[in-house]
Design a protein around this ligand. Structure first.
Ligand code: NAD
Length: 170
């Protein structure tokens, strides 16, 4: 049994994340998707709650053949203890997939095998770009799985982001 951890904030979950997960599925038996910064929401860079992000990932993976777990993980104040914190929240895993330099460093120091994943259409499939488009009233739906677009529409995510941005300027 080989279990892999894929960690991200998923603000929101997009087609780049989706491609990576399809590739990871070819390499491991089970996947743990860790929803990072679980405590954050209603911020310009983190508009969606952990629960909304769990739903986005779970619904996008509904037809996925590989067994997976979607687990929210809150940030902690001490980077040096973060890997132990993650390990305490998720099933045991043998390999982690990430491109985040801090995450790579912390996992490597804890002697966990890390694999970097290729970036797909990195300028389009990007949380920053999708949030920018939402704020600008531009099309963003084609950068996320249809099930994720439905969730964001259902919670009126675009307007949430616009409202948060207004209160930030005051
Ligand atoms: P993210 O959602 O920005 O990215 C998730 C992964 O998807 C990354 O590996 C990224 O490279 C990849 N990705 C993005 N666009 C892609 C594309 N187009 N194609 C393919 N892959 C793409 O999340 P993140 O910032 O990497 O998440 C790390 C989490 O770990 C954060 O929540 C952070 O707060 C948390 N963390 C916490 C601590 C602490 O609490 N002390 C320490 C380290 C990290």
């Amino acid at each position: 049994m080989r279990r892999g951890l894929y960690l991200g904030r998923f603000q929101p979950y997009h087609l780049g994340h989706h491609e990576v997960l399809k590739q990871i599925a070819m390499e491991v038996d089970e996947i743990i998707i860790g929803i990072g910064s679980a405590q954050k929401s209603h911020e310009i860079e983190n508009p969606f709650t952990a629960g909304e992000r769990v739903l986005m990932v779970s619904n996008a993976l509904i037809d996925f053949d590989t067994k997976h777990y979607v687990i929210p993980i809150e940030d902690i104040q001490r980077n040096s203890l973060w890997v132990s914190h993650v390990k305490s929240m998720v099933p045991p895993f043998e390999i982690a997939y990430t491109n985040n330099p801090l995450v790579i460093e912390l996992l490597s120091e804890a002697e966990i095998r890390v694999k970097q994943s290729p970036l797909f259409r990195r300028f389009d499939y990007s949380g920053t770009e999708i949030r920018r488009r939402m704020l600008a009233g531009e099309k963003w739906e084609h950068f996320v799985p249809e099930s994720v677009a439905e969730i964001i529409r259902g919670i009126d995510g675009e307007n949430r982001l616009k409202t948060i941005a207004q209160s930030d300027q005051e």
